[in-house]
Design a protein around this ligand. Structure first.
Ligand SMILES: Cc1cc2nc3c(=O)[nH]c(=O)nc-3n(C[C@H](O)[C@H](O)[C@H](O)COP(=O)(O)O)c2cc1C
Length: 242
């Protein structure tokens, strides 16, 4: 089957059927597929909260501003960014990479490659992802501005910019999830129309966590599930070949 078929099938569904059910294990499987999405520095600063119990419906719908995409869904997945877990993720990846290098790199190159990873995950990642009332971001900005005089550098290192970095990767996982769902014939609606404070409280999320988006899941209610034809601006207006 062609990817295009799933891309075309995926629509933002606002009304889900209340008769056709979806299997939570299949959704879990789609979330496993979502973890195959690329992620900045492979940090995987995400968490997927899969709500399967109908008891969530009322409170979640309220937090999602009473959208029918939330109220008619059978299950929901809350995509959460977990920048606060940067230390443990970096440690996990460093440990994995050390073994990876031992398994897959030529003997004479192993020591150097491990040393590079130790600097990257042991020092650089904690430096980049740390947050402390914007101060760490200001220090990072000053550092890259000085380095940038001498060579090309990544400049998006303030605390708000690093937050964007984490959200970008999480959104790629969300899109991968929606395509995996389309492949199973399931429907989704990504939502950012919600009260994040309310959702964080409802799910008892820590301060360092952010809601990236909430994806409601189900099977579309015939043609009324989607709001008409798909609208895209002409391709020529977004395509710039140089
Ligand atoms: C980050 C993001 C947030 C969105 N939030 C909402 C939302 O809160 N409610 C909603 O009905 N649709 C939401 N959408 C769906 C868009 O409106 C939809 O993708 C767009 O209209 C294109 O339609 P299509 O997905 O059917 O191709 C969101 C989409 C994205 C990517």
């Amino acid at each position: 089957m062609h990817l295009l078929k799933f891309l075309e099938h995926r629509r933002s569904v606002r009304i889900f059927s209340n008769t056709e059910s979806i299997d939570p294990d299949e959704i879990k499987d789609c979330l496993k597929q979502a973890t195959l999405a690329p992620t900045s520095s492979n940090m995987q600063l995400w968490q997927f909260i899969h709500l399967t119990d109908g008891l969530w419906r009322e409170k979640l719908t309220k937090a999602c501003l009473n959208q029918t995409a939330a109220s008619t869904a059978q299950q929901w997945v809350v995509f959460v960014t977990r920048q606060d877990l940067f230390r443990s993720r970096a440690r996990f990846i460093l440990d994995f990479e050390k073994d990876n290098i031992a398994r897959n790199s030529p003997k004479e190159k192993q020591k150097k490659r491990i040393a590079v990873r130790e600097v990257y995950y042991g020092k650089l990642m904690p430096f980049l992802y740390g947050r402390f009332f914007r101060l760490l971001g200001i220090i990072r900005k000053l550092t890259v501005n000085v380095m940038g005089i001498f060579r090309p550098v990544v400049r998006e290192v303030s605390e708000s910019q690093m937050r964007t970095v984490v959200h970008k990767s999480c959104a790629l996982a969300a899109q991968t999830f929606m395509l995996a769902m389309a492949e199973k014939g399931y429907d989704t609606c990504p939502m950012e129309g919600f009260d994040s404070k309310m959702v964080k409280k409802l799910l008892r999320l820590p301060r360092g966590a952010d809601i990236n988006m909430i994806i409601s899941c189900g099977i579309r209610e015939g043609n009324s599930g989607i709001w008409g034809d798909r609208c895209r601006v002409p391709f020529e207006t977004v395509y710039d070949r140089r």
